[in-house]
Ligand binder design. Sequence first.
Ligand SMILES: [Zn+2]
Length: 297
Amino acid sequence: MSTRPEEHVLLLKKKLARQLESGDDTGALAILDGLSRVQVSEELLRATKVGVFVGKLRKHENSRVADKARDVVAKWRRMVKRDEAAEKPARIDTSRTTPLRRSPSSGSASGPPSPGAGLRERTVTSDDVAYIRTGNAVRNKMIEMFYAALAKSSTADADRIMAKAVAVEEALFKQFTTPDTGYRARVRELYLNLKGDDNPALREAIVSGDLSPTRFCTMSSDDLMSEEQRQQELKINEENLFKARGAGQQEAATDAFKCPKCKQRKCTYFQMQTRSADEPMTTFVTCVVCNNRWKFC
Ligand SMILES: [Zn+2]
């Protein structure tokens, strides 16, 4: 008598639950072994909820059961990945970003994370974190990108970070309703801001819950900037003003200004209207001795 794969898996799951309940870890291991030989698909895992069930066993007190569960989950994940690869999903251009790397220590690590664990690169694979996949390979990939960005230099719990990564992607997807070019461009913008070396506050705000995923997804590029980036931007604008002398504007040499840095009176200056026409001109002064620059109105 042959059964459908779904029934077969459900039967094994039921048996497994019974063995675990009665404390028969050896029996449970045998069933996990059987489960590892089942050809699974994303739909099957989802329909039977067996993925979640076995996923939880990775934290089982018996390390043999936990290890076995980890093996099974890893094997299923590879199967589902192969399915996805066969679907040939549209690719997002991530060439300028850090690719999701498989940590060499993945899979073998068990026990509590070491104190420095938050400092190495964390990915869905290296953290071995489970999540309910969407039916779309592009969206799943984006969730994993957001995970890696949010987990950067974070010591927060993997499940917590994953919940936020899923919520961010979901909020974005709601805006676009389809993973099209616009969606991918926005994902990319948010992702790059999120993983920026100078923007840890943004990541922390989301993981801690201070900034809601929905709000994050509606932030403008200005809002997304870190304080450091904002200062940098101001500086660049100012530099540009110093460089923006038009052809008619000669820099005049003068001893009218004293350089606050080197205390000498050898400066050039020019004036420019930087604000509205009825306000006074801004004077840009450059010290020819030490190249110090300043401006005043
Ligand atoms: Zn000077």
